[in-house]
Design a protein around this ligand. Structure first.
Ligand SMILES: Nc1ncnc2c1ncn2[C@@H]1O[C@H](COP(=O)(O)OP(=O)(O)OP(=O)(O)O)[C@@H](O)[C@H]1O
Ligand SMILES: [Mg+2]
Length: 203
C-alpha cells in the first residue's frame, strides 16, 4: 500500500471521552481505503501491557513511573507502531507521549525537560501526525468515569491533579498547533464525531 500512513493519537484526562471514539475513528479511516491498527498506551504489546498493569496499579515514584511508560513506549514503537507505519498501515493510538507530559509532568510535577530528554531518546524522529485533545473539566470527567468503573492509581487522584494535567495538555497543544486539534469533550458524541470527520478529510 502507500507510504502515506498516518500516526493519530487521542489524548485527554481520564473520562474525557477518548476511548468512546477510537474504534469509530478507525472505521472512518478504513472506509477511506486505508489499513489501520488501533492501539493504546501504556500498552499495545505483550510487554507493554504488563507494564501498564504495574503502572496503573502499583505504588511507585514519579521517576519510575516515567521510566516505565517510556520503556513500554519503546517496545510499542519497535514492535507495532513503526512497523505498521512502514507498511503503510495507519496507527490510531489511545494516549502517547503527550500523556507523559500531562500526567507525570503536569500532574506529578516531573520537570518537563526530563521528559523531553526521554522523548528525544525514545522517539527523536517521530511525532504523531495528528493529536486529538479531548478537553473536559475535571469534575464532569470524574462524574462520567465514576458511573462506569472503579478507579485506578491515576483516577483516584483529586480534582486538583486533573486540573494540572488538563493545563499541561493545553500548553502542549498551544506549542504544537499544527499537530493538535482540541475537541470540546462536553459536547455530545455525535457533534464530536462530526468534527473528527471534518478533520480527517485534511489528514
Ligand atoms: N461526549 C460525551 N458526552 C457524554 N458522555 C460521554 C461523552 N464521551 C464519553 N462519554 C461517557 O463518559 C465515560 C468515559 O468516556 P471514555 O471511556 O471514552 O473516556 P476516556 O477518555 O477514554 O477515559 P480514560 O482515560 O479513563 O480511559 C463513558 O461512560 C462514556 O460513555
Ligand atoms: Mg479510555
Amino acid at each position: 500500500m502507500t507510504r502515506d500512513a498516518r500516526f493519530v493519537t487521542f489524548e485527554g484526562i481520564d473520562g474525557a471521552g477518548k476511548s468512546s471514539h477510537v474504534d469509530w475513528f478507525a472505521e472512518q479511516v478504513r472506509g477511506r481505503g486505508h489499513r489501520v491498527v488501533v492501539t493504546r498506551e501504556p500498552g499495545g504489546t505483550e510487554l507493554a501491557e504488563a507494564v501498564r498493569d504495574w503502572v496503573l496499579n502499583r505504588p511507585m515514584s514519579m521517576r519510575v513511573e516515567a521510566l516505565l511508560v517510556f520503556a513500554a513506549r519503546q517496545d510499542h514503537l519497535d514492535r507495532l507502531i513503526r512497523p505498521s507505519l512502514a507498511d503503510g498501515t495507519w496507527v490510531v493510538c489511545d494516549r502517547f507521549t503527550d500523556s507523559t507530559v500531562a500526567y507525570q509532568g503536569g500532574g506529578r510535577g516531573m520537570p518537563l525537560e526530563d521528559i523531553a530528554l526521554l522523548e528525544r531518546w525514545v522517539h527523536p524522529d517521530l511525532q504523531p501526525d495528528r493529536t486529538y485533545l479531548f478537553d473536559l473539566d475535571p469534575d464532569t470527567a470524574a462524574r462520567r468515569r465514576q458511573a462506569v468503573r472503579d478507579a485506578d492509581r491515576f483516577e483516584s487522584e483529586q480534582s486538583a491533579f486533573f486540573t494540572r494535567v488538563r493545563q499541561a495538555y493545553l500548553e502542549r497543544a498551544e506549542a504544537a498547533p499544527d499537530r493538535f486539534v482540541r475537541l470540546d469533550g462536553a459536547q455530545p458524541i455525535e457533534f464530536i464525531r462530526k468534527r473528527l470527520e471534518e478533520s480527517l478529510s485534511g489528514l
